[in-house]
Ligand binder design. Sequence first.
Ligand code: SF4
Ligand code: SF4
Length: 91
Amino acid sequence: MVVDEIFELVSYRIHPEPHIRLNQDVCQGCTHRACTFACPARCYTWSEERARVEFAYEACLECGTCLLLCDRGALDWHYPQGGYGVRFRVA
Ligand code: SF4
Ligand code: SF4
């Protein structure tokens, strides 16, 4: 299965408040920006225009990859409140 096919198997109930927050001050000193390469939902992107990592929590698959990879402690990571977030269905 390729990553894009995952989105055919999920739906979301999005909470208005992000369940993951990143500390931009910490990210500014990050040399690898692993989150921008590893997130399967592409929630993290590098903005040349704003010279910062942009984060959109809405498509998060709650896989935990970013939390494992961030070696600078930039993430305040929680699962969404009960009833919110991603829902997986079996094909
Ligand atoms: S890996 Fe961590 S510190 Fe580096 S850009 Fe991503 S969230 Fe920020
Ligand atoms: S938990 Fe997974 S899907 Fe969600 S932002 Fe982190 S890497 Fe991306």
